[in-house]
Design a protein around this ligand. Structure first.
Ligand SMILES: Cc1cc2nc3c(=O)[nH]c(=O)nc-3n(C[C@H](O)[C@H](O)[C@H](O)COP(=O)(O)O)c2cc1C
Length: 192
């Protein structure tokens, strides 16, 4: 099948799906939450996590003020909540009240951690840099919350128990199926 090659980049969604998360922040006595698809681990030692956020977002203002943020990983049945916090502005509405979001206690920061999470990182901001129309915020993970019952051997998410939220771009969300998981030993495959 012929591939299209173009220099007209436009809005590029070719690298999706991305796991959609909710980034949380707290400053000036306010909690806020927004949907984020652009995020990544950056370093193991020290443990660094990056989120890419437009400076137009209210969440950005809170993080710039408090130097802290939370990254919340939720099961697929919370996809509507992702769309809700991604479709509303913290400047106009208290999202925690409007969407009835329950909180867990945070350990090392003041950021809200969502009760519905299967995992969450509390991060302290170590860098905030502008790239084009977004900013890359890098945080050191200072506490990890995770549900012991859904991480097989303490590390790998059990896809029988949690369906992650895969964001396809635009308004489309999907998830995974355990049937598609394969164990491919890199030592074995690297020698073939
Ligand atoms: C699934 C999804 C993913 C999103 N990913 C990002 C992102 O990675 N970075 C970003 O700046 N905005 C992203 N947004 C947009 C923000 O979530 C949205 O503008 C939100 O209203 C910001 O809220 P705030 O102004 O209260 O901070 C995303 C929205 C959705 C629905």
């Amino acid at each position: 099948m012929a591939k299209v090659i173009s220099q007209d980049i436009g809005a590029f969604y070719h690298h999706y799906p991305k796991v959609a998360v909710i980034v949380t922040a707290h400053a000036q006595g306010k909690d806020n939450a927004m949907a984020v698809a652009w995020h990544t681990s950056i370093s193991s030692t020290p443990p660094l996590y990056g989120v890419v956020i437009s400076p137009k977002r209210f969440t950005y203002q809170l993080i710039a003020g408090s130097k802290e943020f939370g990254v919340n990983f939720l099961p697929f049945d919370a996809a509507e909540l992702v769309a809700a916090v991604g479709g509303s502005k913290g400047q106009e509405v208290d999202k925690f009240q409007r969407f009835n979001i329950a909180r867990d206690k945070s350990l090392k920061t003041a950021v809200p951690i969502l009760e519905a999470d299967y995992a969450a990182y509390e991060c302290q901001l170590v860098d905030d840099r502008s790239y084009g129309d977004h900013r890359l915020l890098v945080g050191e993970i200072v506490a990890v919350h995770w549900r012991k019952d859904v991480f097989a051997s303490g590390e790998i998410l059990d896809l029988d128990k949690i369906y992650p939220i895969l964001y396809m771009g635009k308004e489309i969300y999907a998830t995974t199926s355990k049937d598609t998981a394969r164990t491919l030993d890199r030592k074995v495959y690297g020698r073939r």
